[in-house]
Design a protein around this ligand. Sequence first.
Ligand code: GDP
Length: 195
Amino acid sequence: MSHRTTVELVASAAEPSGFPAPSLPEVAVVGRSNVGKSSLINTLVAKDVAHTSRTPGRTRLLHWFRVKSAGHSFFLVDLPGYGYAEVPKGMRASWQPLIESYLNGRSTLRAVLLLLDIRRGVQEEELDFVPWLLDAGIDVVPVLTKADKLAKNKRAPVQARVRRELELRRVPLAVSALSADGIDELWRLMVATTR
Ligand code: GDP
């Protein structure tokens, strides 16, 4: 995949007025801070495009990457992370309306990749957030990150449990930015979703 793929940051926005026009199908990526989102995005596009360290106090931005592969183009949207315990309440209050206005109003949005750390599984935020996404009619693609930290035969029970706990249609994919497990499968899914 990678040798034919180009990726370019086309926009970063802290508020809806900065969102680019909805010109291409898009897949958004969301997860708790430290879930491995930047590493996964960088691995998917085989380029160091997502910032690998984010401090809790920094401005939360949405980033649009234009991904082009074998004549097919789509936007990969990096949504700000959530769930830092040390983040002040005001930050959480600003994250929510921004993300909600994006998720509710984005006509070109095809799916949300919901990242969960395979060793942590579902936490309180996801129990809140996922039913909201499903109610909004959004296709949730659950992705378990850092799969290399769990032996292969221990992954299936976690995949089943997460699916059950979040009442999801799809079985979560187990991926690793480190070992590249599951990356090709996730890539194919993203391309198929944006076709
Ligand atoms: P983000 O905050 O969600 O963008 O997470 P990062 O991509 O910055 O990763 C957070 C931490 O998890 C870093 O220390 C990464 O090295 C580590 N990490 C990310 N992906 C993987 C993975 O697939 N396997 C392992 N073992 N560690 C990972």
